[in-house]
Design a protein around this ligand. Structure first.
Ligand SMILES: Nc1ncnc2c1ncn2[C@@H]1O[C@H](COP(=O)(O)OP(=O)(O)OP(=O)(O)O)[C@@H](O)[C@H]1O
Length: 624
């Protein structure tokens, strides 16, 4: 039976104070003496006080990181002391810097006395997008010591010969997925003989991604004294296995008790509705801009991502799809462009959600075996027939794990994930780095499952069960999900438009859009790469208006919203002074509890990242 790793399994470390002596504290002012919170803040060490190399501190300052986050304050000193660390900290809390900075600092320190060139650090991540992100972070953190730190990532689509020549330069740090790292070790291109640091980022994921054989092989190639750092936002039974393979008596940092305070900035809603209502609500939310700002919409599979994009196109709502079929360069570019503000809506298919499957068993202590996706076996051509058909899908893809989408105002689970941990990672794409954000999940009640034949999907049969699990899991973190009840009567006026649009998005149209996009992307990424690099706006136009809906019946009248269809208050009902108002009013003489301890903002306008609450609604009605 798989065991869940928790506090009782492993003594949680009493985290020692940073090794370096803190700078002499400034003379306390009267205010500081009387304000314990302020006093505590003043006592928090700065990056310089954590004992990092000054060049790294300089780079951190250049990125406008004012002070270390909790995970950085706790993990960096331990890592600098040479301890193995197994760390669980919330999504978006700054785990990347928490491991990259100490290992770069260690390499720089060693280089002051030892000029030998060898690969000192191997960072393993589950997806190629994440490898790219970590590689870029290393570049940023080593901006002031670029001569001394040479990093390489092994996840490019390049030939073995090119990869070999990349590794022939003996990079100090290698970032890779386990499969590609092992491939390079096995072929002799990468030597781990003098490795000092091994990092497993999103550590709970690497085994679920079918990297178990690769991980075991890598473990056999490591020298004994390697220092291991494992990072994760969710602990799972897999971590126990990895801990056993890689760690020597690690210090476990479980930073969950710190969730409460920071989490004030994440507001979670769920809307119980039928399958057809999902489309209706999504249309209204985005057409009437009830959600403003960058938004991530998660759907269950690739077809659905195209269906939703084509559906949105019917109303002139611009969006962009992200899925495992697109070439890696395209995926990275989409993420970059979203972060630059070129797109406002990404529709991501969270295919990996299926890999984790039903986590009820794990939660209930009767873990079932996760489907193993033997990447090595796949490389060897051993995958079953059905799999071979999906050859183009990249197994090293995930939109919900670890990707640092910037300033996401809202995450919409158009389709619920199938596990509570997938939910955690998806909603973790918003409210990152201390910002505010909103998560809205559509949940199909059992009695409404399968009622809308043309678009229903199997996985939503378990929506309510997943919601119950998610609610339990979030409650453990002192978080609550609020019901979000759209005003049905006001929505009805739009239903025929929604139906018209949905009918136009036929199965054939979806299939053609999928193949056409793939073809276009391949052409773009291979032959026109340089041209589009020089003309990025043209690329963005092509992506947005890329004629995906060419075979979809176009209905110009749908592109506008006539005034008479607007809520009973008329267009004024959506005027600025009302927008953003979520009436969590006193009901029955009692103030509605928004979250544990009450909602300090009850009855007031929400703010998201300095803006008004994006989930502006026709009217939110309290559930009776
Ligand atoms: N000390 C800091 N001050 C301000 N911003 C920070 C700090 N540390 C990290 N960040 C920013 O916070 C964001 C999230 O960081 P990061 O991606 O490392 O989070 P994470 O904990 O790894 O998230 P996930 O669990 O989703 O992988 C990034 O944009 C990063 O630049």
């Amino acid at each position: 039976m798989k065991r869940k790793l928790n506090k009782n399994d492993e003594p949680v470390a009493a985290v020692p104070e940073p090794e370096t002596k803190p700078a002499k504290p400034a003379k306390p002012t009267n205010a500081a003496k009387t304000d314990p919170e302020k006093k505590q803040k003043e006592a928090e060490p700065s990056f310089a006080e954590l004992g990092l190399d000054p060049r790294l501190v300089q780079a951190v300052a250049k990125q406008s990181f004012e002070k270390p986050t909790l995970v950085q304050r706790k993990a960096i000193p331990l890592a600098l002391q040479g301890q193995d660390v197994l760390c669980k900290a919330k999504t978006g809390s700054g785990k990347t810097a928490a491991y990259v900075l100490p290992l770069l600092s260690g390499i720089l320190r060693r280089k002051t006395t030892d000029s030998a060139q060898f690969t000192a650090a191997l960072i393993l991540v589950p997806t190629r997008e994440l490898a790219d992100q970590v590689f870029k972070a290393i570049g940023q953190f080593s901006a002031f010591c670029a001569k001394d730190i040479h990093a390489a990532k092994l996840t490019e689509n390049v030939s073995d010969a090119v990869q070999r020549s990349l590794l022939a330069n003996v990079p100090d740090v290698v970032v890779s997925t386990p499969a590609r790292a092992w491939h390079s070790v096995n072929s002799g291109a990468l030597s781990l003989g003098r490795l000092q640091y091994l990092v497993l980022d999103e550590a709970d994921l690497v085994l679920s991604y079918g990297y178990d054989e690769d991980m075991e092989s890598i473990a056999r190639s490591l020298p004994k004294a390697v220092q291991t750092i494992m990072m994760s936002a969710t602990l799972s039974a897999e971590l126990d296995t990895l801990k056993g393979i890689f760690c020597r008596n690690p210090t476990v940092l479980d930073l969950k008790e710190e969730f409460g305070a920071e989490d004030e900035k994440l507001t979670q809603f769920y809307a119980k509705c039928g399958e057809d209502d999902k489309w209706l609500i999504a249309y209204l939310i985005f057409k009437l801009q009830l959600v403003k700002g960058p938004c991530l919409i998660f759907v269950a599979d690739i077809d659905r991502s195209y269906r939703l994009k084509l559906f949105f196109e019917q109303f002139s709502i611009r969006s962009c799809v992200l899925n495992s079929e697109l070439p890696i360069n395209t995926r990275i570019k989409i993420i970059e462009e979203f972060n630059q503000g070129i797109y406002d809506i990404i529709i991501a298919s969270d295919e990996k959600s299926e890999v984790f499957g039903d986590d009820a068993a794990v939660e209930d202590g009767e873990a079932k075996k996760e489907p193993k996706k033997g990447s090595k076996a796949e490389e060897d051509g051993e995958q079953p027939k059905k799999k071979r058909k999906q050859q183009k899908k990249d197994e090293e893809y995930s939109a919900s794990r670890g990707i640092d989408f910037k300033n996401v105002a809202a995450v919409v689970n158009f389709d619920m994930p199938t596990s509570a941990s997938s939910y955690t990672h998806r909603i973790g794409r918003t409210a990152r780095a201390g910002r505010a954000g909103i998560a809205l999940s559509f949940v199909i009640p059992k009695e409404l499952f399968g009622k809308h034949k043309p678009t229903s999907i199997k996985s939503s049969e378990k929506d309510e069960k997943v919601l119950a699990r998610v609610t339990r899991q979030q409650a453990k973190l002192n978080r609550t999900l609020e019901p979000y009840n759209f005003n049905k009567s006001q929505m009805e006026a739009f239903r025929y438009r929604m139906n018209d649009a949905l009918r136009a998005v036929t199965k054939v149209a979806v299939r053609e859009a999928r193949t056409r996009e793939l073809r276009q992307e391949l052409i773009r990424s291979e032959t026109l790469k340089r041209y589009f690099e020089e003309n990025p706006s043209e690329l963005s136009h092509l992506r947005h208006d890329g004629e995906l809906g060419r075979t979809t019946r176009q209905q110009p009248h749908l592109k506008h919203v006539p005034d008479y269809l607007l809520p009973t208050e008329g267009a004024k009902g959506l005027a600025a002074d009302k927008l953003g108002f979520v009436p969590f009013k006193k009901v029955g003489g009692k103030e509605r509890k928004h979250r544990k301890g009450g909602n300090p903002r009850a009855g007031r306008t929400f703010k998201t990242g300095g803006r008004k609450d994006p989930l502006k609604t026709f009217k939110v009605r309290r559930k009776k």
